[in-house]
Design a protein around this ligand. Structure first.
Ligand code: N01
Length: 533
């Protein structure tokens, strides 16, 4: 089926896509949204595994653009569950009439830049073709699931599940022998709940991660009222902060406080919960001395949670400094290993040799399972973009270009790909920040670029090669001054065999990034080439 030409095509109906669509419509543009899934939600549509929650507090992880929306939606818990976030996005879709602008069940497979027309020609899996002057890719930073290439993987005769594609109707795991492969944020959240149901649970862990309790709680009326009273200030701090949330590091540098105060600061940031532990002291993820103090504090907490010393040793992270892989946010994760029917297999000691029809064979032998759950992560930041055959100027291919490290300008624009506007992609703070707010900033910036072109009669805007090279080098330079670059994380592409290695998100901070974007815009989009047809 062919659809008519549009001003803008928005790919994806998660936070960033919905925001862009709402505001493109408000700007008077003819917008077509294309979404592979059957409804809105993006990440929160697909990741329905037991225990799925956000690790950013609900009050922060929500749109800020509409005061009435902020006031009318009452979050029930400090960290919202996946169903609650999906209900929120459903509410946003209704309230701002998002769905009529989308075609659902349309997976974009190809996009070609038509230099003669200054338009993108877009194709979907169903055979639909359409075109638009501007192509906004709001395809998510963690939306291309990664299944490990393990010998015999498809031979398993039992039930195979993926955390990132959990069945909508749920799965009854009661009485079943379950294996979970993967102990990142998804695995760590799912494991305690799977353990509640399963007759037996075996967790296959390749690398131990740092996980900090969420200290989740219901938000009672008093707390809700307080949050509401404080909301304007909270948003001000979030927009002005390094990670899109109001939390900051201890105001006094680590070197200037004594042992007693250091302990108190670590304890306080621990009880803030989850990823906020990495914010205990300024420089925790850059200075090995501070980081090591955080590690020692963490290991003491771990010792108090896990009874068996061998299991505890296996659960102790060894391959990365604290916070350089995203800290997991859990509810009872480590304690789960004290349960009699739960066991941990350390794949560093006994690697997986194959998946057999009845279970998983490691170097120590076969363990039989009824269910295998893959919690094995994503081809992050780039995977959802290279999954589409994107051809820019002169037929150049994004897949081929990104076989090397992605070169982006401000993350939003790519040299050789005019009018392609990437949201939350490589070179943006995105995954290091609060994605609800980064999605607003990214959507706004893209739409302002479009408005600027239209106002000045330009039909194309493209990042200059030198601007993209400088931006990419600047990002890598900043990352190189931290401990992040050395960790084998999805931030660096290390989780995908053969993927180019390099720190992908922009680590200079959310506010600093916004300021640079604003400065570029104020300087008539310095670093871009604008042209007309
Ligand atoms: O994925 P991951 P995730 N054999 O890549 C293992 C966000 N998120 O879905 O570390 C055995 O972190 C892999 O092992 P290793 C959040 O930003 C947020 O859990 O590569 N194991 C690792 O243990 C998060 O960081 C929330 O050695 C294999 C695991 O699979 C990001 O999404 C919740 C393997 C993958 O962990 C990704 O999290 C969920 C193999 N062949 C996700 N291949 C919250 O908001 C991979 N692994 C809380």
């Amino acid at each position: 089926m062919n659809a008519p030409e549009h001003d803008v095509i928005v790919v994806g109906a998660g936070f960033a896509g919905m925001y862009s669509t709402i505001h493109a419509v408000r700007a008077g543009l003819d917008v077509l949204g294309l979404e592979a899934g059957p409804d809105v939600g993006g990440t929160w549509f697909w990741n329905r595994y037991p225990g799925a929650r956000c690790d950013v507090e609900s009050i922060d992880y929500s749109f800020s653009f509409d005061d009435d929306l902020q006031r009318e939606w009452r979050w029930s818990e400090r960290y919202a569950t996946q169903p609650e976030i999906l209900r929120y996005l459903d509410h946003v879709a209704d309230r701002f009439a998002v769905r009529p602008h989308y075609r659902f069940g349309e997976r974009v497979t190809a996009a070609d830049w038509d230099e003669a027309a200054h338009r993108w020609q877009v194709r979907t899996e169903s055979g639909m073709t359409t075109s638009a002057r501007w192509l906004i890719m709001a395809t998510g930073s963690l939306s291309q699931p990664q299944l490990p290439d393990i010998a015999g993987r498809d031979s398993f005769a039992g039930t195979v599940l993926q955390t990132s594609a959990w069945p909508r109707e749920g799965v009854d795991l009661r009485g079943r022998r379950v294996a979970v492969i993967g102990t990142g944020s998804s695995g760590v959240q799912a494991i305690p709940l799977i353990a509640d149901d399963a007759a037996e649970l075996v967790v296959y862990q390749r690398s131990a991660n740092y996980s900090v309790p969420a200290f989740n709680r219901e938000i009672d009326d008093a707390e809700w009222q307080h949050q509401q009273d404080d909301l304007a200030e909270r948003r001000r701090l979030s927009w002005g902060g390094a990670a899109g949330s109001p939390w900051t590091a201890h105001p006094v540098p680590y070197a200037e406080v004594d042992e007693v105060e250091r302990e108190a600061v670590f304890e306080e940031s621990w009880t803030r919960g989850g990823v906020l532990f990495a914010k205990a002291f300024q420089g925790l993820t850059a200075d090995p001395v501070i980081n090591d103090a955080a590690r020692v504090f963490f290991e003491r907490k771990l010792a108090a949670k896990v009874d068996d010393p061998d299991v505890r040793a296996a659960l102790t992270p060894r391959d990365h400094p604290v916070g350089t892989k995203r800290i997991c946010t859990d509810s009872g994760y480590y304690e789960t290993y004290n349960r009699a029917h739960v066991s941990l297999v350390d794949l560093r000691q006994e690697p997986i040799e194959e998946i057999a029809p009845t279970g998983i064979r490691t170097s120590a032998g076969l363990r039989e399972h009824d269910v295998i759950v893959y919690a094995t992560g994503f081809d992050a930041m780039t995977g959802a973009l290279t999954a589409v055959d994107i051809r820019g100027r002169d037929g150049r291919s994004l897949r081929a270009d990104w076989a090397e490290l992605p070169q982006t300008y401000l993350g939003v624009a790519l040299p050789g790909y005019p009018n392609l506007l990437v949201l939350n992609g490589p070179g943006t703070p995105s995954v290091l920040s609060n994605m609800a707010l980064t999605s607003e900033q990214q959507g706004d910036y893209a739409l302002r670029m479009i408005a600027h072109c239209r106002t000045h009669g330009h039909t194309s805007i493209e990042a200059r090669e030198d601007a993209a090279a400088a931006w990419t080098a600047h990002g890598l330079d900043l990352a190189g001054k931290t401990l992040f670059a050395s960790a084998p994380s999805w931030y660096t592409g290390a989780n995908i065999p053969g993927k180019a290695r390099g720190f992908l998100p922009y680590i200079g901070g959310f506010r600093a990034y916004i300021d640079i974007c604003e400065e570029v815009a104020a300087a008539d989009y310095r670093g871009f080439v604008l042209s007309s047809r």
